[in-house]
Structure formats: C-alpha cells, structure tokens
Design a protein around this ligand. Structure first.
Ligand code: SDX
Length: 435
C-alpha cells in the first residue's frame, strides 16, 4: 500500500477554525482510502459506518472487485479467464500462493489436497448425533469447527507450516464433509474419497455413488461443478470472509473460525440466497405470476425481496452470474432438460422484466452469483438444502487464503469496532419496591 502525497482534511462545523489532516492511502487499483486509524486519538471522534458501506477493513492482494464495471479478478486474473481456462485446484493454488502454478507445482498441490480428503473416523459419530432432517449447514458448522479437536498438528497459527497444512486440510475435507451431510440426510452409507478421481469428480462420486453398483461420473457435470467452485471461490471482504477475519484476529484456531464463516454464509442475504432463489422460483410457479412478485419486491411493506438480485458492491451485472447463466444452458442441454426446464424459463423471464423495471434499474439491482447457480445444482440432482453447503465448499479456499494473508500481516491486531452510544446516561439504581 502506498501512502500518497495527498491528505484528507477534516473539520467540524461547530469549530471550523480547527481541522485535522489524515493520510490518503493508494491501492494498486480501486478507491483510495483515508487512513483514520488515528482519528479517535486525534479528534476524540469515531467514524460511523454500520454495514461498512464506506469502510476498508484491511489491505489485501487476493481479489479485486470493481462493482460499477462488474469486474472480478483473483491475483490480477479475470474471473472469466479463470472460469474458461483454469480448474478449481489451480485457482486454489493461485489464491493461496499468489501465482498460477507450473506443471510441477500443480501436480504437488493436487497430490497434497488429494491425500487430505479423508476425515477422522470418529467424526462419523458426530454426524450420527444429528437428526436426519438437520439442515446440512448445521452439520457443516459443527463438523468443520470440530476438526480443531482432531488435527492438533495444524493449530499453531504462528507456524507457517501448520497454517499451510490447516488450509489444505480444510480445502480437501469440505467436499467429503458436504457429501457426508447429504448421504446422512438420505440414509445412505458414507462414500469414501477416491484418490484416482479429480477434485470435482471425487465430490460427485461421494455424493451420488452407492456401494451396490458401479457409478460413472458424468464429465460434463464434473466440469460444471468445477467451474461453479471457481466462480464462488473468493470475493474480497464479503460478510463471511470478514467474519473469518474478525474471529481469527483473536488468535482462535482456523477450523473454529471457518465454522463462524459458514454460520454467516448461511444467511439468506448472503450464501443462503441460492437456496432462497429456487424456493422463490418454485413459489412463482409460472411466468404469468412474475408481475405479482415484482410488485411485492417493490412494496416496502412486504418483506419479500427478489432473491438472487442486488449486491452491496456490484451495481452492474455480477460477472459470475453471466458465466453461470452460460453453464446453465450447457448442463441442461447435456441432460436434455433445456427446453422444458420451468425454473430456467421463469428465471430468464424474471431477469428480463426486472432489468427493464425502473425500480431495479434506478437501484442498480442486477442478478448476482446466486440467481442461476441453483438451477444447475437442481438439474444435477443436488437437493436445495445442499446449495449453500456447495457455496461453503467453494468459498473455503477464499476464507483460508484471506485468513493466511491476515496471519502473515505484521500489523495484525484484534479487531474491535466501537459504537455510537445512544442509550441512557448515568442513573442511580432503584430498589425493586420503588419501581
Ligand atoms: C452474496 O458481499 C458479497 O460479495 C456477497 C457474495 C459473495 O460472493 O460473497 O457476492 C454472495 O451474498 C450475493 C448476494 C445474495 N443475496 C441475495 O440475493 C438476497 C437479495 N439481495 C438483497 O437482500 C440485497 O441486495 C443485498 C443484501 C445483497 C445487498 O443489500 P444492501 O447492499 O444492504 O442494499 P440495500 O438493502 O440497502 O438495498 C438498496 C435498495 C433498497 O431500497 P431503497 O431503501 O433504496 O428504496 O435496493 C432495494 C432495497 O430495498 N433492494 C431490493 C433488493 N435488493 C436491494 N429490492 C428488492 N429485491 C432485492 N433483491
């Protein structure tokens, strides 16, 4: 980060003679930032930014988003290029280590991940303690945080080797845990990882194979899953990544902090939106009912929102949604469902109507990453309750890459925001017989 030669001057109208200067920081791309770390010490005032609409919480070199232009890059590479030419494990390497791997580095990394896909046998007993109808996100929150009970050789956050091992373990074990949560919910036996399969084929095999007969992974489905994982891998300082960063700033172990990130992602305003989109499309039921739901989405007295639309940062089409929409057609064509897939028909018609409606245009509400992803998952036979776990599976690399970057920052300190207090001033205790 370069401290620029310019500064920001702040003065308060109640005392215009007095003003203070703060440095303006230059990034390599995107908005400059006013460094207010000394604002309170200098002025006795806080900044106030609930929801962090104008706040940079950290310096990062991993992902860049330009919300106005709909740009998303990981370590300088566009999401479109990575989705087109790369694969998920290669993107994991890029996010973790900063560069695309050469052939030798890639082979090493794929082997490292492959040989960490098994989970401790004892974890099975934890799964069996959940009701069969548990939401898989509830199981994942518990299972991921509980990894800290099993892997004591990768808990020392100050040891670079242990951090690297913890990061690889989480990337490797998330598909296994996600598939276990699915198998447990349908009463089928857990399927072990197969080292001979690539990352996404291995996931599909753990999800859909049964011991009673051979299972052949459909390469088109495996490719689509791999691309969806790339598209969900990281996204700057979104709510769940910020949760992982804040939890980790206390020095808590990475497995427990990822459990916090999974909890945050579960919300319908965040990663839970992909499940909410499918539920919304099902509720709309037919293209004729779209106007009724558009009206509800615009009605301030109606809590209904158009799920999969809008974004805190993108005020343009989410570049990931554009790519996913393309893969939708490819996957549905492969399974011969493209023509009469009602959900896709409603989604495309809903998008068309919304993008021509003033309410959405004025507020720059476009489809986001969650709008089309559920249609692909649904077409692959992945149940709705597994959609957000798929997001968590993909985002694990983003969480651990951002965690790793934060732990390597010599300026690391515990995150502890302040507040604007609007409660009672001091008052004396009143005995109960006087109240
Ligand atoms: C993800 O941050 C990330 O990077 C997240 C993510 C990632 O990769 O990590 O990209 C993944 O979480 C994508 C977002 C998934 N969520 C949804 O699809 C849920 C539906 N969308 C919204 O709830 C909403 O758009 C948010 C939560 C995504 C963003 O909310 P903001 O930035 O706080 O915006 P806002 O609520 O202040 O909305 C601004 C205006 C409001 O109207 P006015 O008060 O100005 O009249 O737009 C309206 C909102 O009512 N609005 C919507 C709407 N989203 C915003 N109106 C109807 N339908 C919607 N979906």
């Amino acid at each position: 980060m370069a401290e620029s030669t310019i500064t920001a001057r702040i003065s308060v109208s109640s005392n215009p003679e007095q003003s203070w200067e703060f440095p303006v920081l230059h990034g390599s791309e995107g908005p400059d930032a006013i460094d207010v770390t000394k604002l309170y010490k200098t002025t006795g005032m806080f900044t106030h930014d609930p929801g962090f609409l104008s706040t940079s919480s950290c310096e990062s070199r991993i992902t860049f988003i330009d919300g106005e232009k709909g740009i998303l890059r990981h370590r300088g590479y566009s999401i479109e290029d990575l989705a087109e030419h790369s694969d998920y494990l290669e993107v994991c390497y890029l996010l973790l280590y900063g560069e695309l791997p050469d052939a030798k580095e890639k082979a090493w990394f794929v082997k490292e991940i492959t040989y960490h896909t098994l989970v401790h046998e004892q974890l099975e007993f934890m799964f069996r303690g959940f009701p069969r109808r548990s939401h898989p996100m509830a199981i994942l929150v518990g299972a991921v945080a509980s990894l800290s009970a099993f892997y004591h050789d990768s808990l020392d956050i100050h040891d670079e080797k242990e951090r690297d091992l913890a990061a690889k373990r989480m990337i490797a074990k998330m598909p296994t845990l996600t598939a276990m949560a699915y198998k447990y919910s349908i009463g089928q036996p857990f399927v072990f990882p197969q080292n001979a399969l690539d990352f996404s084929s291995n996931f599909l095999n753990m999800m859909f194979s049964v011991p009673a007969e051979p299972y052949k992974v459909n390469p088109v489905m495996a490719r689509a899953i791999d691309k969806l994982l790339i598209l969900h891998a990281d996204h700057e300082q979104n709510a769940s990544t910020s949760t992982v960063r804040l939890a980790s700033s206390s020095g808590a172990n990475p497995f427990a902090c990822l459990g916090a990130g999974i909890s945050c992602l579960w919300g319908p305003a965040h990663g839970g939106a992909n499940q909410a989109v499918i539920e919304m499309l099902r509720e709309i039921e037919h293209v004729d009912r779209i106007p009724e739901f558009i009206t509800r989405a615009k009605d301030k007295d109606d809590p209904f929102r158009l799920m999969g639309f809008g974004h805190r940062v993108y005020k343009n089409y989410d570049p990931r949604a554009r790519v996913i929409k393309k893969y939708c057609d490819e996957v549905l064509e492969e399974i011969g469902d493209q023509e009469d897939n009602q959900l896709l028909k409603i989604a495309k018609e809903l998008e068309k109507i919304a993008l021509n409606d003033d309410y959405f245009v004025q507020r720059k509400l476009f489809p986001n990453v969650d709008f089309y992803s559920g249609i692909i998952y649904e077409a692959m036979g992945i149940p709705t309750a597994l959609f957000t776990p798929m997001f968590a599976l993909a985002r694990t690399v983003g969480w651990v890459a951002q965690w790793k970057e934060m732990m390597e920052d010599p300026e690391l300190r515990i995150g502890r925001p302040r507040q604007l207090y609007t409660g009672y001033p001091a008052r004396d205790y009143v005995p109960i017989d006087k109240r």
